[in-house]
Design a protein around this ligand. Structure first.
Ligand SMILES: NC(=O)c1ccc[n+]([C@@H]2O[C@H](COP(=O)([O-])OP(=O)(O)OC[C@H]3O[C@@H](n4cnc5c(N)ncnc54)[C@H](OP(=O)(O)O)[C@@H]3O)[C@@H](O)[C@H]2O)c1
Length: 230
């Protein structure tokens, strides 16, 4: 059975992945910051007890990668989806301040690499060997025509750089590493005015995940599979 690990699986796009994958009879390892508060995840777990595990993981905690690795042990992870992320308010030039910025960098940029580092041995021994990072078009330097958003943009630009290096470092192991832009999606982060539904975005991203392989490693793709400029 295919094993997929999704971070931030309790709401938004993470929960959207869970809804679609659980119907495909795939074994899911879902992380959330608060198991008891993750009502929808718990309902899926009750309905599909053999297809799902839930693990409590806060990416702001320094020991998060180690606790996750201890939980996974030596089981293969076919597809790792580094989904969890945060936005930020007060991102104008004059408003940006140190601690909110550091917190976003920790969650969006540093933790995804540390999680990947901690469980790379599990991806190496899997069949599919694929890792996807939820980035954003807002992280594209070439596409930045409107300025501002220093905190979020820099976290996702940095993440794109991490993806590029990882794709090179892990190529010899046959591991595919891709940066994914989900579109502007109606989630808590995207807001009600976003034009793309969670279903549409996740269906698109799952298609991209299914159709990409080592030939696509190191690409920055949107949910339609179109390549984006870095
Ligand atoms: N929505 C969009 O338009 C859009 C566009 C481009 C990229 N993205 C990216 O897509 C990904 C998912 O976004 P979304 O729209 O689904 O956002 P969302 O609805 O705000 O959900 C964010 C998820 O990340 C989790 N998370 C936040 N901080 C965490 C931490 N410290 N440790 C562990 N988990 C944490 C949240 O958990 P809690 O419930 O505990 O907070 C939640 O599960 C993010 O990486 C985002 O940057 C989204």
């Amino acid at each position: 059975m295919t094993n997929i690990l999704i971070t931030g699986a309790n709401r938004g796009l993470g929960l959207g992945f869970v809804k679609k994958y659980i119907e495909k009879k795939i074994h899911l390892i879902c992380t959330t910051r608060d198991i008891s508060g993750s009502k929808e995840l718990l309902a899926y777990k009750e309905k599909y007890p053999d297809n799902m595990e839930i693990f409590e993981l806060d990416l702001l905690k320094d020991n998060a990668p180690l606790t996750l690795a201890n939980f996974i042990k030596d089981r293969p992870i076919d597809i790792l989806i580094n989904n969890a992320g945060v936005g930020s308010s007060n991102q104008h030039f004059q408003a940006v301040s140190l601690n909110p910025w550091l917190e976003v960098l920790k969650v969006n940029l540093i933790a995804p690499l540390m999680i990947t580092q901690a469980i790379i041995k599990n991806v190496k021994v899997s069949s599919a060997k694929k890792i996807y990072f939820l980035s954003s078009q807002l992280g594209s330097i070439e596409d930045n025509n409107s300025g501002g958003m220093y905190i979020y943009r820099s976290s996702k630009s940095g993440l794109n750089q991490v993806v590029k290096s990882l794709s090179i470092d892990l190529k010899a192991y046959g591991i595919t590493v891709v940066s994914l832009h989900p579109g502007w999606v109606k989630t808590d982060m995207g807001g009600a005015n976003a034009p793309v539904s969670i279903d549409e975005s996740v269906e698109g991203m799952i298609r991209v995940i299914e159709t990409t392989d080592i030939a696509d490693t190191g690409k920055f793709l949107n949910f339609h599979g179109r390549e984006l400029p870095w």
